[in-house]
Write a protein that binds this ligand. Sequence first.
Ligand SMILES: [Zn+2]
Length: 311
Amino acid sequence: MKEAQQHYYFPLWSCENYPLLLPEGHPFPNRKYPILEELLSNTGFKSFIKRCAVVERRYLELVHAPSYIDRVLNMSLSVEELRRVGFPNGQAYVNRALASVQGTLSATREVLERGWLCAGVLAGGTHHAFVDRGEGYCTFNDAAVAARYALQNSLDRVLIVDLDAHQGNGTASVFACEPRVFTFSMHAEENYPRQKERSTLDVGLPLGTKDDDYLFLLREHLPMVIDYFKPDLVLYQSGVDVLAEDRFGRLGLSMEGLRQRDTFVVENCFSRRVPVVITLGGGYQRNHENVARAHAQTFLTASRLLHYFRE
Ligand SMILES: [Zn+2]
C-alpha cells in the first residue's frame, strides 16, 4: 500500500480583491485566484488561509516614490503608464495592488514574529514593478516592500529567488545598490522584458529549456548563492509560466519538473533553517484551472517538506 504523504501546513494569505474583472479575452488568468484558494481549501491548508487587508501607505514608501504612489491611489496614472501595466484603471485595480503587497508583507511578518519556517500568499510576485512605475501586470513590488520591511526589523540579509520565466527586472532595479538584498533571477533570456536589469545573479535560459537542463542550472547556482550570502530570509517568486504549456513563458518544464524545482528551492532553505515566504508569479495558460493547479502544487510541495523539517 502506498504510504500516505504527510504534510505540515503553514499560513497563507488571500483576498477577495485579487481577481479583477477583466474584459473577455484579456490574457491575464484572473480566475486562477478563486480556483487556487478552493483547491487549497480542500486540503489541510483550509484552516491556515487568512484574509489580508490593504497595505498601509507607509510600507509602500519603503520602496516606491511618493508621487507614483499618489498617482496610483488617485487613479491618475497616464494612459501610457496603464498600458505598460496592462490592467484597466479603477478602484478595484488599486485595491488589488494594495492587497497583493499586504499579503506578502503579512506572510513575512508571520515568519519574523512567530517563527514559522514557511508562509505564503496566494498573489504577489509583482517583480516588474519599479520604484516609480509599473509594467507587466505589476503595480507595486511586493517582495521589495517585504525585503525592506525585514531589513528594518532586525534581519541582516534577504535573498529573493525569482524563478518566474521572466526576469525580475523591477526587483533587480530596486536593489541594485543594496548589498543586504541578493536578487537571483533565472529566466528565459529571449523574452520579456526586452531590456534586462542587472540582478545580483542572473541565469538566462535558452528558449524551450526543459526539466533536466533547468534543474541542472538551478542545482549549480542556488546552493552556492545561499551558502555564500547566508540569508536570514528567502522570498521565493514561484512563477509557473516556466511550464511548457504556457503562452508567454517560452520555457519547457513539465509539472514534474516544476515540482522538482519547488522541492529543490524549499529544501535548500529548510535544511539550513532559513525561512521562506512563497509568492505566486506568472502563469498564462488559457485554462485558468491548470495555472491554479500548478500554483497549488507549489504550496503542497512545501507543506510536504515542512513535515520533515519542522522542529
Ligand atoms: Zn512571468
